[in-house]
Write a protein that binds this ligand. Structure first.
Ligand code: ZN
Length: 402
């Protein structure tokens, strides 16, 4: 143990490495500092020291440890700990084939008192296997730096959050006929039921919700987003049901997917091309646009604007949280030219909550219990997005954002 006086001296000196102490020995991991963030640690190095594994995905990077599974949403300050989404004091960044995550993840989440798997001593930067009481003098210091404090996620949401929910189709437009839906039920009915449930869930948590329709009426596609999601609207969410044309095995296909679209695609692609890759990529924006349908391009393009980034983030959250309740399979975040999103001027997504041409998906989407599960996971995803969005606003205002 280190005497309190010495601990106090050590506290004043910024740590340069994390020591992981297990029965197998001690691993030292250098800490990195970028752009005024608090200390960051390489997830690959951390996994090595912990005897854990890292699974690299896009956008999620997963750390699997004996004490639990942690999924980092790369490019954001969020980590999913079991089913709970937690905020970190800084963004996790990709570097080489690893992800740099804030040391606070180790100190506050991995070594949390409730987990009892690891103990972290902030004064010495030592992470020790096993839980237990940390001597008072060595308790993790709550005196975080100003930067860390400012960029911490706020506990609650701003009261003025505003989301628009758009139940697909309506009135004379039934949407898809709903092959395995109960008699008479069409896509437009399912999207309305789920949409209203999402509204209820959000309103319960203090989010202002605008519905493009609350009844069985038809609203012009091109008017949905510009009319109902402008100005202070944080997110536009369109809800739909998928289906396939009859062909071999089509009834087996099921699952959920979320789309987003950038506005003014060609011009925007050209601008990003200029910004990211210099003139040579700008020479041929058409080729870039054609290629843009795959995920790879989409994630490279993540930073081309708040609008696109927000849409993509919201889509990723929705896919992730729907995956907790939907056993049909996560078909991923996609990009396509839906008319309803084409006219949007705010971050916008379109969710296909399942296939009406699959019996299990149809049951999930039409049963009251299934609709509740789908709606609450969509609502939680939207809340997670709004929280992240809140953080960005705070960071930007203070000039500490990226
Ligand atoms: Zn539809």
């Amino acid at each position: 143990m280190i005497p309190a006086a010495l601990a106090a001296v050590l506290l004043a000196v910024p740590l340069t490495r994390l020591q992981i102490s297990t029965a197998h020995g001690v691993t030292e991991i250098p800490l990195l500092r970028l752009r005024g963030d608090g200390p960051l640690v390489s997830l690959n190095a951390l996994a090595l020291g912990l005897g854990a594994t890292v699974e690299r995905g896009d956008p999620w990077v997963t750390l699997q440890t004996a004490a639990g599974r942690f999924r980092f949403l790369a490019g954001t300050a969020l980590v999913q700990d079991g089913v709970t989404l937690r905020g970190l004091p800084a963004v996790s960044r990709r570097r080489g084939d690893s992800l740099l995550v804030p040391l606070a993840f180790v100190a506050e989440i991995l070594a949390s008192a409730t987990r009892q798997a690891w103990t972290y001593v902030a004064a010495t930067g030592v992470l020790r296997e096993g839980g237990g009481v940390v001597p008072i003098a060595n308790r993790p210091s709550r005196t975080t730096t100003g930067d860390e404090q400012r960029s911490r996620l706020p506990g609650g949401l701003r009261p003025e959050h505003h989301v628009t929910i758009d139940p697909g189709h309506g009135g004379t437009d039934p949407g898809n006929p709903g092959m395995f839906f109960p008699r008479g039920m069409k896509e437009k009915d399912v999207t309305l039921s789920v949409g209203l449930l999402v509204r209820d869930e959000l309103e319960k948590r203090g989010v202002r919700v605008m519905m493009t329709r609350r009844t069985d009426t038809l609203i012009n596609l091109g008017q949905r987003a510009p009319k109902y999601c402008t100005g202070d609207c944080d997110l536009f969410v369109s809800i739909h049901v998928n289906s396939l044309n009859p062909r071999r095995g089509y009834q087996e296909v099921r699952g959920f997917e979320t789309y987003f679209l950038s506005e003014a695609r060609d011009e925007d692609a050209a601008r990003v091309a200029r910004m990211e890759n210099g003139a040579q990529r700008f020479d041929n924006p058409i080729t870039e646009t054609k290629r843009s349908n795959d995920l790879d391009f989409m994630f490279k393009d993540l930073y081309r604007g708040e609008f696109l980034r927000g849409s993509q983030q919201a889509a990723a959250f929705i896919q992730s949280f729907l995956g907790e309740v939907h056993d049909g399979g996560n078909k991923g975040v996609k990009q396509a030219g839906f008319a309803v999103l084409n006219t949007a001027r705010r971050p916008s997504v379109l969710i296909e909550i399942g296939y009406a041409t699959n019996r299990e998906d149809a049951t999930l989407m039409t049963s009251r219990d299934g609709q509740r599960k789908l709606a609450s996971s969509i609502a939680v995803a939207i809340l997670a997005y709004l929280k992240e969005h809140d953080k960005e606003i705070a960071d930007t205002a203070l000039g500490t954002g990226p």
